[in-house]
Design a protein around this ligand. Sequence first.
Ligand SMILES: Cc1ncc(COP(=O)(O)O)c(C=O)c1O
Length: 362
Amino acid sequence: MDPDLQSSILPHILAHEGYVPGEQPDITGWIKLNTNENPYSPSPRISDVIASQVDGLRLYASPDGRSLREAIAVKHGISPDQVILGNGSDDILNVLARAFCGPDRGIGIIVPSYSLYPFLASLQAAPVQTIEFERGFNLPVDRICSCDSGIFFLASPHAPTGTGYSNEMFRQILAGFPGLFVVDEAYADFAETNAVELLAEFPRLFITRTFSKSYALAGLRVGYGLGSPDLIRVLHGVRDVYNVDRLAQAGAQAAVEDVDYFEASRRKVFATRSRFFGELEQRGWFTYPSQANFVFTEPVDSTGRKGPDVAASLFQYLKAQKILVRYFPNHPLTESFLRVTIGTDSQMETLNRAIDQWTANV
Ligand SMILES: Cc1ncc(COP(=O)(O)O)c(C=O)c1O
């Protein structure tokens, strides 16, 4: 690079490493179970609604997405002033990082977890306080409370395990941790509980949600944050002005209003998740109970071996069969496991057959 150009770039940006998302192959011929997308189509109402917006593309979108925020507020029984929209929930997480961290204000995280959080801290040149999970992935409430960062990110249901954490634990954290406690609920529509009811009590609680998973709209890029009206007002000033485009606002609104379709789609995922979980248990593979649309499982080969080599071997075998799951080799708590998105029943049957073949061959 030109030396003058290089020296003009902020040093922490030069040192920053780009985020590596899960593989996104051209899906023809692949069974894609690696990035927790929904295997079912989004609500059929969306195509007409989006088509009706095409002429409107001449005009800017609503900068604050009022109409969609109202629909989201109805879903959660809260006020639209407690809702902010984002270009996916990643955008909301980024807005939080912009507002809460910098070189002298770090973030707190517990690992292994969603790898975007440290990436966002790195963009702000902010330090990261890391708490390590133990194998059970139980929440070390006391250690979170004693973290002195201004913001703490926790995914619940957790990724990559699918473990859901209770509101009782969140109450304890909110009583002890003095900063903003962010519960990333990307998968909460697949869980038994969520933290929304705590918003009324705790202004230092913030929740992020997405249309990417339960609404099958990963390609539309719509997420949102829920928090106190005071904080939401501040964050509106931090986000990009037109961060959710006109088609995305209209499509997401049609999806959130089609409650029957959403419920039917969720029920199919629940049924397949429970069946697949049972099949993994029958194989004798340790699998974390999941409150999400994926499971995290520890493969065992025909000789009874498990471990990083076994997980890597199955990952590669499945990939050669054009079945993509997710392997996280970089942490001792994840290196022996694979994360598998819940697909359709037929996709899971194909996966099961491929696992049988792998077991027979190794
Ligand atoms: C825990 C978690 N949070 C947030 C996201 C981001 O979702 P999106 O930006 O598509 O809304 C993901 C995506 O995989 C995730 O796993």
